[in-house]
Design a protein around this ligand. Sequence first.
Ligand code: PHB
Length: 384
Amino acid sequence: MKMLKSALVAGFALLAAGASQAQEVVKIGLIAPMTGPQAASGRQMVAGAQLYMALNGNKVGGKTIQLIVRDDQGTADITRRIAQELIVNEKVAVISGFGLTPLAMAVGPVITQSKVPAVIMVAGTSSIVGTSPYFARASFTLPQNTFPVAEWAAKNGMKNVVTLVSDYGPGIDAMNTFKKTFEAAGGKILDQLKAPLESPDFAPFLQRAKDLKPDAVFLFVPAPQAGALMKQVVDRGLTQAGIKIIGTGDVTDDDQLNGMGDGVIGMITSYNYSSAHDSPENKNFVAEFRKANPQMRPNVMGVSGYDGIHLIYEALKKTNGNTDGTALINAMKGASWVSPRGPMSIDPETRDVVQNIYVRRVEKRDGELHNIEFDLFKNVKDPK
Ligand code: PHB
């Protein structure tokens, strides 16, 4: 009887220990621009992250996951301050988000010093992940997303191209990658135009591009500016002047595409994600995303928010709930899974994203505009 009693007591103690471990909360910080000019990216990231948790629950590695969303208004000083506050006061295990390259760059020194991993869900400048051993990227890089459309242009009879990009990290990456790839294939760059990131007026650049009479104009702007850019491209009649419009998929952003009108039909872009991607994983993702967010169509930021949380969950599973930052970033290295975008992984050497890049054409299907994929580059690493 005494033995039975002590066995029972021991059993209860074990149960209680298990329960308290499951009640132990692991906090994930998500820093996103929810207001200001980049708010569209923030809304998508948060919707994607929340959807992942709604579909997969909040228990991982014996712990309870809590997502803490903070608005950095797209301003680097605020991103840095929020990162510090989340790490020091909230004791988050991981931070994530970063809707613009300078916002990710701003947290590099913070995560290196505190040894807390940061999962990038948007920022696409190639060099970011190299600035701290605690960065991992779940989004894309601009070189990765640019070279396929440059090859497509060269193979499809385009000889002279003007490039127009936003004048900051990802734009410069896109500009340089396009030039390198296109010239290696025998093409010529007539001019490299750069529009300011803040409140850009694209009109003078588009006029200059039109006057140069190139075979094509290559475009990159951060996705939240795509609607404004494409309206001006259409209004200025570049297509009617016989100029092909090409770019990275940022400029035919899935969430804004229908608002751009039929003038963008036929545009060719290369990108890592289309909401029209034909796979069971994506069909399910799009349906669930739209159910939870009826006003939005998921875009690259939405799928990166979703995959970014998946990466953090996988790391926590691998460490059995251990939240040591070095253990977590090591657990992210080499992770691979099937995303709604297709197969993807985290390069164990660089911590950067490896994924399929698709060449797509804007087409109208069932009364809606979509980026329809027609060519594929498999398992692409950032081509540094
Ligand atoms: C970036 O700032 O790195 C960035 C933002 C939005 C994009 C692509 C890149 O669509």
